[in-house]
Design a protein. Structure first.
Length: 453
């Protein structure tokens, strides 16, 4: 019998044997032992070992929903029981809850890394078809793990052809063909996945911004952004659909020495993988830009957002990524359209992510930069990079998952007439952690065609 807080030392149950699998195909009546256990847990609802045995018996007769319910009680009562987490992982996998199964089996490996349970868990993890919401919350250029990802909320992208979001209507369409070494990523995410899954991808995106009110005093209107990706057939469960409607308002004041542009923007982000809801995010940002000279601008910003990821994992107090984050930062832009070094941007911010789960709660600071160099008229080279450090003070295991986040990217873009352009690009994101479960990286290399209005 399992004692509370102890890992059972007897041989692990492993995968269900063939007789158990055959019995699982039909739902049989509970046997006397199962009935006795139901009475036992009714009298002693805090007996984690009894709940685990009950779940095991229910699995053997094919009652997988009942088994998962019992095993959830078992792992909640005894969070150091490798046996209970192993059984829970089997039940969750059978029912198609792959993220919960993965989290439970990884928990087995952290509790008893040298045990037979851990070895069996590793085999089961390799067989899982998807990582629906495990270690992850970003989409290509749209989210880059530092303050630069707030661009749609606080400031325009600076390009050779874009004067600065002064038009009443701005539209951009992109079509991409690329290779992505880690496709398990959505705009509502904050992290990369620790298990790499690479694929060739087709991608389409659209952004729209309309100044429904466009006066000298106030500009206000809706915005909308969306992304779609198609992966190779064996990874179509990661085909992304992302929809991000929003509202924005800004004004401009002449204070004499400087021009000041205050701005507020809201974006709702809804993401799906393989046609299934992954999560959503509400983001609200306040910013103020000081236009010191025609070529020098500084923007201060504050944003708050709330994540709601569909899968909360086995134990939400540990594994849920739902919660709030706050970001405070500043970015400075130098833009001179008469120089070959067309623009330079440097920024820094501080972030507090307060998730429901201890595993994902962190504090971070970052610095990032971007330059645009005009190689020849109509041919631009964009270089960007950044570094961030994340401290996870409540991470419950060892080694620590404190993380160094590095990114780098380059884009070579040729502009044609009528708003058309084409680009080759390469991006790299690195999450460097001493904890192997959270150490990851991503390469993206591709080509795109764009149209701007």
């Amino acid at each position: 019998m399992l004692g509370s807080g102890l890992v059972r030392a007897e041989a692990p149950p492993g995968l269900l044997d063939e007789s158990a699998k055959r019995s699982a195909r039909r739902l049989e009546a509970p046997n006397p032992l199962e009935k006795d256990l139901e009475v036992r847990v009714g009298k002693s609802p805090k007996d984690g070992a009894a709940w685990r045995m009950l779940g095991r018996l229910r699995m053997q007769r094919g009652d997988w929903e009942g088994a998962m319910e019992a095993l959830e009680r078992a792992v909640t009562l005894d969070q150091l029981s490798a046996a209970a987490f192993f059984d829970y992982g089997q039940a969750a996998s059978h029912l198609g809850h792959h993220a919960a199964a993965r989290a439970a089996l990884q928990r087995v490996q952290s509790i008893a890394p040298e045990s037979e349970y851990a070895s069996q868990a590793e085999s089961l993890i390799e067989e899982l078809p998807a990582e629906d919401g495990g270690v992850q919350q970003a989409s290509y250029e749209l989210r880059t793990f530092d303050g630069s990802n707030l661009r749609p909320l606080i400031a325009p992208e600076i390009t050779d052809e874009e004067p600065g979001w002064d038009d009443a209507l701005d539209v951009r369409l992109d079509l991409n063909a690329q290779y992505n070494s880690n496709v398990t990523l959505a705009p509502s995410s904050r992290e990369l996945s620790g298990r790499q899954r690479g694929s060739a991808q087709g991608m389409g995106s659209m952004s729209l911004r309309w100044a429904a009110i466009d006066s000298d005093v106030l500009r206000l209107g809706p915005s909308f952004e969306t992304d779609f990706t198609l992966n190779e057939r064996n990874l179509d469960q990661y085909d992304l659909q992302s929809y991000r409607p929003g509202l924005w308002a800004e004004s401009l004041f002449d204070t004499g020495p400087v021009m000041v542009k205050p701005r507020v923007a809201y974006i709702f982000d809804y993401d799906e993988f393989g046609g299934k809801r992954f999560g959503e995010r509400h983001s609200l940002a306040f910013s103020a830009s000081a236009l010191w000279t025609p070529v020098q601008t500084t923007t201060w910003y504050y944003s708050i957002d709330n994540n709601n990821i569909a899968e909360d994992g086995v134990d939400p107090s540990q594994t849920s990524q739902d919660g709030w984050s706050n970001t405070l930062g500043a970015v400075h832009d130098f833009v001179n359209r008469d120089l070959f070094w067309r623009s330079f941007r440097i920024g820094s911010d501080f972030q507090n992510v307060n998730t429901d789960g201890d595993i994902y709660r962190f504090y971070a600071s970052s610095i990032y930069s971007q330059s645009i160099i005009v190689l020849t008229p109509g041919l631009n080279l964009k270089l960007r990079g950044g570094y961030a450090y994340r401290n996870y003070p409540d991470f419950p295991e060892s080694p620590s998952r404190n993380t160094h986040v590095l990114r780098a990217g380059a884009e070579l873009r040729k502009y044609f007439d009528d708003g058309l352009s084409a680009a080759l690009y390469s991006n790299y994101d690195r999450f460097a952690s001493r904890n192997d479960h959270f150490d990851s990286e991503r390469f993206i290399n591709g080509a795109m065609m764009s149209w701007e209005y």
